[in-house]
Design a protein around this ligand. Sequence first.
Ligand code: 5AD
Ligand code: SF4
Length: 465
Amino acid sequence: MNTIRHETADTYGDSRSGARHGKRPAACTRTFGCQQNEADTERLRGQLSAMGYALTDKPGDADLMLLNTCAVREHAESRAWGHIGELSHWKAARPGRVLVLCGCMAALPENAEKAKRSYPHVDILVEPRNIDRFPDILRSFLRGAKHGRYTDIPQAPDYASGGYDAPRRGAPPRAWMPVISGCDNYCSYCIVPHTRGRERSLPMGGIAAEIAALIEKGYKDFTLLGQNVNSYRDPDGGGGFPELLRRVCENEGDYLVRFMTSHPKDCSPALIEAMAGLKPVAPHLHLPVQSGSDRVLDAMNRGYTAARYLSLLDSARAAMPSLTVTSDIMVGFPGETDGDFEDTLSLTARARFDMLFTFIYSPRAGTPAAQMPDLPREVKQRRFERLLELQNGISHEKHAALEGTVQRVLADGYEPGNDLPLTARTPGGRLARLDGGPEWVGRFARAEITSHTTWNLFGKIIGEG
Ligand code: 5AD
Ligand code: SF4
């Protein structure tokens, strides 16, 4: 009988162990969606590793497969269901394998139902708010508990302070630092408040200490993460997001601090002043505008107008002339007229974003916007293409202006065999592919930009940065 699953480190060595031939059980993870999910996966991998799992990139070698999923658009969900479907063969090929569905998809009751009904090979669902409980959940499953959606487990009151349990981070120089989770904004299209719950901030002291320790280990590029990062508030009374920036920048060393995602309604003059005055803070704002129409912004419950957004950009750019601004825009929100969409095009032309992430609105069950009639697919598609074309022209011009310049970059990867094997990022977050050796990985360098595309810069390292 194979009712005893593979065992974890706690019981590893136990004669009941289902792990093959006394080997450590192996776990494989896959991440979809946003950087917050990347950071959550690092924590889940840390937990798996602490439980005795060897981590593998190959599903074929794995006893446990964990998918950390996104629910922000229907497309993201259908892709994940596709992967889950394919894993039925994986699961059947070796008795005792465990399939874990984590992330925002796992937080939605209809998905728990769907998994039960149509994907019975999914063993465990863990929603983002329950990540701290994952080791307990897994252990209880391995001890024979049945298929379950573990929302009946009380929310850990110490979720916030549990944020440091040894995440398994990628190699230096980049590190994700979750600082606030959840979202209280309730934009009318957005599923996130339903999947990640209310905002909870991590203590400032812990964040600063963690960054100090990571600097010692060679990390140099920190991204402070939150769905709504600017509404950070230290639970120990140390202040808001500008104070957090000041505090983390007290660390010695040569490093960059980025943050995302900023909400225009919380992007205050105090924040801009802090950014401009702190050397480690990268001159980059990711500031989703979503639409250029005041009518649509109001229906989205965004809390600002197009004019207010543009004046915010003007003041940020005045304070930081080298500022890179990126944004998200969604086309085809219910009721968006041709006129509303023209307003979005005008705002885009005026804002001149360095990069724009464009999305087609997708109704999410349970959100207010999902009650409103959806626009025809072709209308949304056409608007999407027009917006993309406008932005591609702007991105191209922005990159063209950098040709012939020397940029400070931080090299973060090396792909042997590639003509330009080094990958690097400018402080503004632009991706550069460079001629240079592997010794540059993890170091600041000066790079001459020699050509570009809409998405990338190309060039060569010319010296230490
Ligand atoms: N449909 C399409 N795009 C969405 N986004 C959020 N919710 C939806 C939705 N229902 C986009 C927003 C957000 C980005 C992460 O995803 O632009 O900023
Ligand atoms: Fe997707 Fe939003 Fe969840 Fe990130 S927080 S995984 S973008 S739904």
